[in-house]
Design a protein around this ligand. Structure first.
Ligand SMILES: Nc1ncnc2c1ncn2[C@@H]1O[C@H](COP(=O)(O)OP(=O)(O)OP(=O)(O)O)[C@@H](O)[C@H]1O
Ligand SMILES: [Mg+2]
Length: 310
């Protein structure tokens, strides 16, 4: 059985249930409801502990700037927001985030190195990476005890700030190219208490090299390790159109591969899985799964988990 068949089989097993119901069934069978270790302190205490533990170097990574998201506008645009009403998309991301969080904080034999550092990517442009990354970040930020850092790592074609209605900012590329800058200079807090942002930053001729550089790897690992109670989500470029995802795959703990249902071919997905195969923890999300049925304003999601050792 090939890679895609295996992933599809996982989603087919429960017959006529909807994609989300199937995913929910699998999760309720496999996963405890609690996603955060019971002894984890609440966010405020965790922040205090981070501050209390921090050396001068550590405090250099604390976010210092603040931007307001227009949550009403984002809700109307179909995005999940912590204060918004329950929508189909918010319910679907409630389901999607559970296994992601379980893997992020798995302990013992199940522990995944840098499981809290993940990238969202897809085979080709336009499959819904940014939509997924933002909604996943929003949904996780609704968890009382977790903090999310959403990073626009699609440095050639950044869009997170534009989609969120925010002005362009310095960001990832500036830290990577300017040794005098620290992450604190580009981390941005928002009016969602548990959500911070990092923009792609100022483009340079060496954009691709910077993202694939050891400095980028060090930066991401530093953030993932220092803030172990944080989820870091990278909105990455498409795999078949850029080299960055295959490099980042070596260093992130999890990958969320978005597949636009009915559009992305099997071959493209197989090639993509090969490129990112260095990461053993790949979740597959079938985006816009029900869009062709015309029942809903927004396309639905299906969820599958692919393991490279299957
Ligand atoms: N499930 C969905 N329901 C409704 N609209 C969606 C959904 N997923 C994506 N879209 C819309 O499809 C368009 C493309 O999505 P998005 O920008 O997230 O794709 P992308 O993979 O990040 O693209 P790029 O490769 O250009 O960065 C956007 O207008 C987005 O709002
Ligand atoms: Mg995008």
């Amino acid at each position: 059985m090939d890679l895609i068949q295996r992933a599809a089989e996982r989603l087919k097993r429960n017959g006529d249930l909807s994609l989300v119901e199937r995913a929910a069934n699998r999760l309720s069978a496999a996963a405890p409801a609690q996603t955060v270790p019971a002894d984890d302190p609440p966010q405020d205490q965790a922040e205090t502990r981070n501050l209390a533990d921090s050396s001068a170097a550590e405090s250099a990574t604390l976010p210092t700037r603040h931007l307001n998201l227009d949550l009403g506008r984002l809700q109307i645009a179909g995005f999940v927001t912590p204060t918004g009403s329950r929508t189909r998309i918010s319910e679907e991301f409630r389901v999607i985030k559970r296994p992601v969080l379980l893997r992020a904080f798995a302990t013992g034999d199940d522990h995944i190195e840098h499981g809290n550092l993940m990238m969202v990517t897809s085979a080709k442009p336009g499959e819904g990476k940014t939509f997924t990354a933002i909604n996943l970040a929003m949904s996780i930020a609704s968890e009382r005890d977790l903090h999310v850092l959403l990073v626009d790592a699609d440095v050639q074609r950044p869009s997170i700030f534009q989609v969120l209605g925010l002005p362009p900012q310095k960001g990832l590329l500036d830290v990577l190219s300017d040794n005098s800058m620290t992450p604190a200079d580009v981390l941005i807090r928002t009016n969602i208490r548990n959500l911070s942002l990092m923009a792609a930053g100022t483009p340079s001729l060496a954009t691709t090299e910077l993202l694939a550089s050891q400095k980028m790897i060090n930066l991401m690992q530093e953030i993932a390790t220092r803030y172990h109670d944080r989820i870091i989500i990278l909105d990455a470029p498409p795999i078949l159109a850029s080299s960055e995802p295959s490099v980042l795959a070596i260093h992130v703990g999890q990958i969320i591969l978005v597949i636009e249902a009915g559009k992305t071919g099997r071959r493209a997905v197989e090639q993509s899985l090969t490129h990112i195969g260095a990461c053993p923890n790949i979740s597959i999300i079938f985006n816009k799964a029900d869009a062709t049925r015309g029942k809903d304003e927004f396309g639905g999601y299906g969820y599958g988990y692919y393991e490279t050792n299957e």
